[in-house]
Design a protein around this ligand. Structure first.
Ligand SMILES: Nc1ncnc2c1ncn2[C@@H]1O[C@H](COP(=O)(O)OP(=O)(O)OP(=O)(O)O)[C@@H](O)[C@H]1O
Ligand SMILES: [Mg+2]
Length: 269
């Protein structure tokens, strides 16, 4: 799906604030992988997403899109973010970011629906409303009869469910989740997590999920990455992951770094 070769991301090069957020990152994510990503604050997790999604170009190194049907690997290091948005979907912690609050639910859904039909003008007809309603019903968040309501009226959980649905409707192959359940109460976090798993399976998505919830990182996915100080320090595959515990991760970190994990929110969950 994605191959990252020798990527560095250095902010403020040549200034007193020079900061190496990513150093020598090599990573291949295979189609269908569900990778959980952990690491302390400032480890470089979101920066890794930024270079994958094209928010800014890496200082060094190359990024490739791989395993596209019948196509050779394609370098995307300098491809614009909006172009990558055709195959990369990204969801953030803040449930208000993924949808337009001042627009109705129907109009929000039209926006992502249109993405698939470039250049065509599509009006919201009866059949489409019914289709939207059907998709919303499947969320089980009580949104199917609220197509005319402005999205700002919805709860955080409803908005994040909607963001997830709209992101998936726009047809990405790779889904980048950046602590997408962290701002929700436990019940809504659970609902969003279950929806994530369902959509990933139904649409055969490749998923990377940053989380500070150690038990989520261990429970979900077939692979676990741990980042620290701009590097990937652990890359654990499915067989090993199935046996791994939170204590095991703490111990592995200690073996590699000869110190304890900084006691941030990662350890508390
Ligand atoms: N646009 C930017 N300009 C300058 N420095 C940045 C920028 N974005 C990130 N950084 C720095 O890069 C480092 C990595 O930040 P990043 O946001 O990737 O961490 P993170 O692992 O996502 O942390 P958190 O768990 O707190 O979200 C930090 O030192 C941060 O201050
Ligand atoms: Mg982050």
């Amino acid at each position: 799906m994605i191959r990252i070769e020798q990527v560095d991301m250095i902010f403020g090069v040549g200034t007193p604030d020079e900061n190496a957020a990513l150093t020598h990152i090599n990573l291949t994510v295979n189609p269908g992988d569900f990778v959980t990503v952990i690491g302390s604050n400032g480890a470089g997790k979101s920066t890794l997403y930024n270079v994958i999604a094209g928010s800014y170009p890496p200082t060094k190194g190359r990024i490739f899109l791989t395993n596209e049907e019948n196509k050779p690997d394609r370098e995307i290091t300098r491809e614009a973010e909006y172009k990558r948005a055709r195959y990369i979907g990204r969801i953030f912690q803040n449930p208000l970011l993924g949808t337009a609050g001042k627009m109705t639910l129907a109009d929000n859904m039209m926006l992502c629906h249109k993405k698939g039909y470039k250049g065509l003008t599509i009006s919201l007809n009866k059949r489409m409303r019914e289709q939207f309603r059907e998709r919303l019903r499947s969320l089980d968040m009580g949104l199917e009869n609220r197509l005319n309501d402005n999205v700002e009226l919805f709860s955080g959980g409803q908005r994040q469910a909607l963001t997830l649905l709209m992101t998936v409707m726009s047809g990405p192959s790779l889904l980048l989740l950046d602590e997408h359940t962290a701002a929700l109460d436990p019940r809504n976090a659970e609902i969003i997590m279950n929806l994530t798993l369902r959509f990933a399976a139904e649409h055969r998505l490749t998923v990377m999920m940053i989380t500070h919830n150690m038990s989520h990182a261990l429970e979900y996915g077939n692979r676990l990455l741990m980042m620290d100080a701009g590097a990937i320090i652990l890359d654990i595959d499915a067989p090993e992951k199935s046996k791994l515990t939170a204590d095991g991760i703490v111990q592995r970190f200690r073996d590699i770094k000869h110190r304890d994990i900084a006691s941030d929110k990662l350890l508390l969950t």
